[in-house]
Design a protein around this ligand. Sequence first.
Ligand SMILES: Cc1cc2nc3c(=O)[nH]c(=O)nc-3n(C[C@H](O)[C@H](O)[C@H](O)COP(=O)(O)O)c2cc1C
Ligand code: SF4
Length: 428
Amino acid sequence: MMEIKLLTQHYDKDEFIGIQGYQKYGGYEVLSKVLKLNPKAIIDEVKASGLRGRGGAGFPTGMKWGFLPANGEERYLLCNADEGEPGTFKDREMLSRAPHQLIEGMIISAFAIGSKKSYVYIRGEYRMCIRTVEKAIAEAYKAGFLGKNILGSGFDHDLDVYSGAGAYICGEETGMISSLEGKKGQPKLKPPFPAVQGYLAKPTIVNNVETLAAVVPIMRDGAQAYRKFGTEKSPGTKLFSVSGNVKKPGVYEVALGYPLIDLINNECGGLISGRELKAVIPGGSSAPVLTAEEVRRATMDYECLQGMGSMLGSGAVIVIDDSNCMVDLLKVIMHFYHHESCGQCTPCREGTGWLHKIVSSIVNGEGRLQDIDLVLRVSQQMMGRTICALSDAAAMPAISFVNKFRDEFEFYVREGRSKVRGSLHAQM
Ligand SMILES: Cc1cc2nc3c(=O)[nH]c(=O)nc-3n(C[C@H](O)[C@H](O)[C@H](O)COP(=O)(O)O)c2cc1C
Ligand code: SF4
């Protein structure tokens, strides 16, 4: 068991959810300390910690903050709590178990970047989380941690919750900004990047829930203490939401660089009895799948997974045992991306539809052998040609499923039934 808890330390204590419980365990002490610092010193500390954004791309947080214009122009901080990637449920835990840690991290981050207004954009399906965070914000106002002249520092900050309506594309930062502006949640071309021109055309920083919550232990213990965990290029700890065929699915915090097989066996109690490991999607449904053999070599950090042709993404580990048919699974994933494409770009709108249609025809027993290569060709045409990364997010799993489990696709086409289930027409 890997007992490192910078984010989940008090998740098991119900009292931690309210402000009194949070303060009992040292809550808001870091805020009082940092409000006396020069904001630049906070940005430098976050840079030195090597913290990388936990929303998917792993971009260095301090560097992103450094892209804001130096002048005093009005600016915004947006917390991305949309969490729409299949398999990802780590932010939900933070919102519901430790809302004040997120709020404290947001106030510190807002102070660092000079923002007087921030929003937590929470997906509409997270009704309970919305209520929990709204209650925590009200408590923080009452205690003087939000509002005018916070703790006598002269710093003013307002924080609000904004509830999305449940579209995956609103998790993409420019889609989220459009949605927050009251428009359709459609992504915009970059550049300009939000740090230069974001919400209401003002400089804006978008960070994930876990990223902003991690600012609290970094500023409490210092960058060097944070760097004791993780690897040189992937410092710190990370929350992994593990689902699929394991005995104990859930959210686990481990140091980056932790072996994937240990996460499955030690934290999650191993596979459901009598089953063999077949594959793992290590970073949400958009991450290329790893075979069982690759899983045994993988460590959970940005570099290792990238080196294996996959990615850490949002940290959603989906464990697949030998009772699953990879063709059926790809059909479910493609249905998701087709449904969630916002339709602005032809390669994405048409490509996700084609991929879903082709894989569906194989599952319906109507596939042709050339359809397997067609999946690869369509996917390749979808990569790197669109406004946002949703198109790539659909293409990458499709390519990896076909390349690594081609025998299952060929069997389906030749025999008209699943190699794993034995029958046609999966129930889904
Ligand atoms: C289709 C799509 C969906 C995304 N969904 C989320 C999401 O739900 N939560 C999130 O934090 N980032 C999501 N992202 C990444 C964001 O665009 C952005 O990079 C991130 O919020 C930045 O925060 P970070 O630097 O803390 O990682 C998504 C990206 C894409 C392309
Ligand atoms: S890639 Fe897809 S989701 Fe992204 S903007 Fe284009 S059509 Fe919309």
